[in-house]
Design a protein around this ligand. Structure first.
Ligand code: GYE
Length: 333
């Protein structure tokens, strides 16, 4: 190639680079996402769903991990505001304390989409949409499963999620709403395991060392990871999880399915983390100036070893699905 040709090729390449660059940069929708952390298998699946879906679309994603600390999350959101992103989304670690930062986003005219967990705010219009599960209903489903399979008399130990988080508050509320109709079902132990396997194990160990240890018949864990930690603690204490202590939890992660199939746990109420696609559908609609629903529920089921228990209501039945090896193998999280 002669000198002249080289210059032309180089110039063309540079132009391509420049146009290519500026086109993709200016066209992309800038989204700042603040995630809770990496505390559970559910959360890891949630993060993969967000990142994977953003990569497939015209999204310039800034992803920030709050390591389960609200202060990190507030910092990340302020950072998104100063960067001037198009849309902010986050899964709030706890439900309260976000009012100020949400007002700042509103003043900066940056729409906010709540993802997975809701916030408790006194003013309307601080966010445009909330995509996620109905945690109260998940707690009710867990309660109905206990009534229908264990019966109307049971001493329950409860592993609570992160204190002050929407799923911990709501799952407890839903479960208690159902069992309040059955005076024979009592929560005799209740403590937070912060949604992690390690803390779930630690708290279960302390339950099993308490004077009420032998009275515990059912374990209700607010997520599968804590239940999986508790299974280890129960085995180490010389008891049979799933038999001596019936175990029900929430999420529906693959490892919990395997535990149920192995007879070490009994039921899991599904909470769907794979909602990245729903998030970016909404982000794109906002970007196109379309109006979006203020509440977008996730679709989910309930799984146990035998199937056929109605954990919904008579009017809206939700029948448990029997866990099979095939279901376990096809599970994505
Ligand atoms: O159940 C738990 C995670 O917010 C629904 O957070 C989510 C919960 C989920 O740590 O495993």
């Amino acid at each position: 190639m002669n000198k002249f040709a080289t210059v032309i090729v180089a110039a063309a390449a540079a132009m391509l680079l420049v146009t290519g660059c500026s086109k993709s940069d200016s066209d992309k929708i800038k989204v700042g996402f603040s995630q809770v952390g990496a505390e559970s298998d559910w959360r890891k699946a949630s993060t993969e769903s967000i990142k994977g879906e953003a990569a497939k679309r015209n999204i310039d994603l800034t992803f920030s991990d709050a390591q389960q600390k609200q202060e990190n999350q507030i910092k990340a959101i302020r950072n998104f505001i100063s960067k001037g992103v198009d849309v902010i989304s986050f899964s709030p670690v706890v439900a309260t304390g976000f009012e100020d930062v949400l007002k700042e986003a509103k003043e900066a005219e940056i729409p906010v989409v709540l993802f997975d967990r809701a916030v408790d705010v006194s003013e309307d219009g601080l966010y445009v949409s909330f995509i996620g599960s109905d945690f109260v209903e998940e707690g009710r489903r867990a309660g109905r499963w206990v009534v229908k399979t264990v019966g109307e008399n049971a001493n329950v130990a409860e592993l609570v999620g992160t204190v002050g988080s929407a799923p911990a508050i709501d799952r407890k509320k839903g479960f208690e709403e159902i069992i309040s109709n059955y005076p024979g079902i009592k929560i005799i132990k209740s403590q937070s395991g912060d949604f992690t396997r390690a803390k779930g194990k630690e708290v279960m160990e302390s339950f099993l060392k308490s004077p009420e240890a032998d009275q515990i018949q059912v374990l209700f864990a607010h997520n599968d990871d804590m239940a999986l930690g508790a299974i280890q603690a129960i085995e180490e204490a010389g008891k049979k999880p799933g038999k001596d202590i019936i175990i029900i939890s929430i999420d529906g992660v693959k490892t919990m399915f395997e535990a149920i199939l192995a007879g070490k746990a009994n039921c899991t109420v599904e909470c769907n983390p794979l909602i990245g696609a729903q998030l970016f559908d909404v982000v794109e609609q906002i970007h196109e100036g379309k109006s979006v629903p203020s509440r977008i529920p996730s679709v989910e089921g309930v799984y146990d070893a035998d199937g056929n228990v109605n954990v919904g209501t008579d009017r809206e039945p939700v029948v448990t699905k029997k866990i099979t090896q095939e279901i376990v193998d096809s599970r994505k999280y």
